[in-house]
Design a protein around this ligand. Structure first.
Ligand SMILES: *[C@@H]1O[C@H](CO)[C@@H](O)[C@H](O)[C@H]1NC(C)=O
Ligand SMILES: *[C@@H]1O[C@H](CO)[C@@H](O)[C@H](O)[C@H]1NC(C)=O
Ligand SMILES: *[C@@H]1O[C@H](CO)[C@@H](O)[C@H](O)[C@H]1NC(C)=O
Ligand SMILES: *[C@@H]1O[C@H](CO)[C@@H](O)[C@H](O)[C@H]1NC(C)=O
Ligand SMILES: *[C@@H]1O[C@H](CO)[C@@H](O)[C@H](O)[C@H]1NC(C)=O
Ligand SMILES: *[C@@H]1O[C@H](CO)[C@@H](O)[C@H](O)[C@H]1NC(C)=O
Ligand SMILES: *[C@@H]1O[C@H](CO)[C@@H](O)[C@H](O)[C@H]1NC(C)=O
Length: 527
């Protein structure tokens, strides 16, 4: 605006108005101009910053009927055919304050839900952002039933189609096109990021992949195997949430101080091998409020053990200790885990009556042998992506209650072994950060606010506090992140910051050296 300072106020106002009109009318006209094969535009509408956008069409199970938008943008909603019998619903959000960067968001669970909060977050940071519904609507796996094209969309085609169409639209909408292309996702979104790296190495210059649901078939089986261990809430083997609290307290008693700080946060679960027999009630004790039956101790031990297949091969590593409280109401709730049960019903067995109550490792072998569209997402050779100059920032919360962070470490070593590259070489294009005190993509007891989504950042989105902006800096300035600094919030995401902590990149681990308080980020060192 500086160059208009000499103009009278009236002229200034009309300049501002004219600018606004140009963007608005460009948006209004854009819908009719789009002519891309298989794309049907539903609408293009201007959304002024500060609007609470109504999402009346969003499937009810997606659980979101509105989205607050803070930046002026042009919202384009489309249907894109992906085969004769399948389509994605795709949205592109083009901000007025555009920074010349394209970005794709991802999805979660087995859901077909556009992640509007990620579109709001990334468009507000100046990215031309796209998000798709993963080929189906809602959070059930039922649309997969006898419909392989929908499974294919879920495995890889939804994101890739959104990228191909989204890049074309971005070039058409902005005269300057885009310079760099990014991806941000967590959970299934993390898997989709890795799938792009493995299968479409040219789709992105920078990928931020959190808590990835890679090794997916075995993840479904691992999630299914908890119910047969815990049994229903009336079983002798079952633990209530209060009883999981007893287990958690004992794990912290044995492991919290290993990193040098007694702060309720385990910095390196690898060093935590809790002995849980200590929790077995003394039969003669009269007070049994802080001990467990031997059947319950056995449950806790099994839950925290690696998951082996029918012939003794490792299918999925153990749940990392420290996640008990968050995991109890979901994974150890005494009911079969829905996503797993849906996968077995609608994909593995084509039998809607199949019950997760009867899951065994024999089922795990059947499922793994299928691996439709290589949805496992476990390729160890990512040299094609490396060759393009692409960068990956992979992170995983160490209190993740849904996807064990140990699977991420396993994948890292798989890549390292397959490509014969030690961590010092992988660091050139692939960095993995363990985020202590972070649950599944967020929440948790520690400094989990790393800019992975709305309200999870602190300050001004500087690269050191924001994984996405750290990726931008890496791609565009060649400055790779040494650490990822997280914010611990006093009272949930977006509230006051209690302290910050720098998280280390694997295989380094965080050690409290002092002096002073564990809340002091400089009292910690990556070793
Ligand atoms: C947006 O609107 C919905 C209902 O229409 C309301 O529940 C929600 O609180 C509003 N959000 C904001 C940020 O105003
Ligand atoms: C789509 O349908 C047409 C006409 O039935 C058929 O020729 C074509 O092979 C189908 N394409 C795919 C990808 O299945
Ligand atoms: C998903 O819902 C949208 C909006 O209601 C609808 O237009 C689209 O056809 C649905 N997609 C599928 C695959 O059912
Ligand atoms: C039983 O033990 C718990 C935990 O050690 C303690 O808080 C509680 O007061 C004890 N109850 C009785 C009746 O002694
Ligand atoms: C589990 O398997 C048993 C025996 O194969 C069968 O009788 C029972 O109906 C199954 N339970 C469920 C919930 O499917
Ligand atoms: C063991 O089982 C896994 C998974 O089911 C399979 O991939 C592997 O080939 C099996 N190994 C042997 C030696 O049978
Ligand atoms: C460190 O800070 C926390 C939170 O402010 C406080 O509760 C604790 O007492 C402090 N510990 C020491 C040793 O100063």
């Amino acid at each position: 605006m500086t160059r208009f300072l000499g103009l009278p106020l009236v002229a200034l106002g009309s300049v501002a108005l004219a600018t606004q009109d140009a963007f608005q009318s460009k948006c209004a006209e854009f819908g009719d101009q789009i002519d891309i094969p298989n794309v049907k535009v539903n609408f293009a509408e201007y959304v002024p910053g500060g609007t609470n956008v109504s999402l009346a069409d969003n499937p009810p199970s997606c659980g979101s009927l509105s989205q607050a938008v803070s930046a002026d943008l042009c919202r384009v909603a489309m249907a894109v055919k992906t085969s004769n019998s399948s389509e994605i619903t795709l949205e592109a959000w083009f901000p007025r304050e555009y920074k010349g960067r394209f970005l794709s968001t991802g999805n979660g669970g087995i859901s077909g839900c556009i992640q509007y909060y990620d579109l709001a977050y990334t468009s507000q940071l100046g990215f031309a952002s796209v998000g798709a519904n993963n080929g189906h609507n809602g959070t059930s796996g039922e649309p997969f039933y006898r419909h392989p094209e929908v499974v294919k969309d879920y495995a890889y085609r939804s994101v890739h189609t959104g990228v191909v169409v989204g890049k074309e639209l971005t070039k058409q909408f902005y005269d300057e096109g885009f310079d760099k292309s990014y991806y941000l996702g967590c959970s299934t979104g993390g898997r989709q990021g890795w799938k792009s790296v493995q299968k479409y190495p040219n789709d992105f210059d920078g990928v931020v992949a959190g808590a990835p649901a890679i090794n997916l078939i075995n993840l479904f089986s691992w999630s299914a195997h908890f119910y047969p261990i815990t049994g229903s809430p009336s079983s002798k083997t079952f633990l209530s949430t209060d009883e999981w609290q007893i287990v958690h307290d004992e794990i912290l008693r044995q492991c919290d101080s290993i990193d040098g700080a007694k702060d309720g946060i385990i910095e390196d679960p690898d060093l935590c091998r809790p002995a849980l027999e200590t929790l077995t009630c003394d039969p003669s004790a009269s007070n049994k409020t802080s001990c467990l039956s031997s059947a319950q101790v056995n449950t806790a031990q099994q839950v925290l053990s690696p998951f082996y297949g029918i012939n003794g091969t490792l299918l999925y590593p153990r749940m990392q200790p420290g996640s008990e409280i968050l995991a109890a109401p979901i994974m150890y709730s005494g009911t079969p885990f829905q996503y797993s049960q849906d996968w077995y019903r609608y994909v593995v067995y084509n039998d809607p009556s199949w019950s997760g109550a009867n899951f065994t490792v024999k089922d795990a072998a059947v499922a793994l042998a299928q691996n439709p569209y290589n949805i496992q997402t476990w390729e160890g050779d990512i040299s094609a992506f490396k060759k393009t100059g692409g960068k990956i920032l992979h992170y995983h919360g160490l209190q993740d209650q849904l996807i064990s962070s140990e699977d991420s470490k396993w994948y890292y070593s798989h890549v390292s072994n397959t490509m014969k590259l030690p961590p010092s070489k992988l660091d050139e294009f692939y960095r993995f950060f363990q985020i202590s005190g972070m649950g599944h993509c967020g929440s948790g007891d520690g400094a989990y606010g790393i800019g992975q989504g709305l309200k999870t950042y602190s300050g001004d989105n500087e690269p050191e506090d924001n994984v996405l902006m750290a990726m931008v800096q890496w791609v565009e300035e060649g400055k790779a992140p040494e650490t990822v600094r997280g914010a611990k919030f006093v009272n949930g995401p977006g509230s006051k910051v209690e302290y910050k902590r720098k998280h280390c990149r694997w295989p380094r681990r965080n050690v409290f050296k002092g002096p002073g308080n564990y809340t002091d980020e400089n009292a910690w060192q990556c070793v």
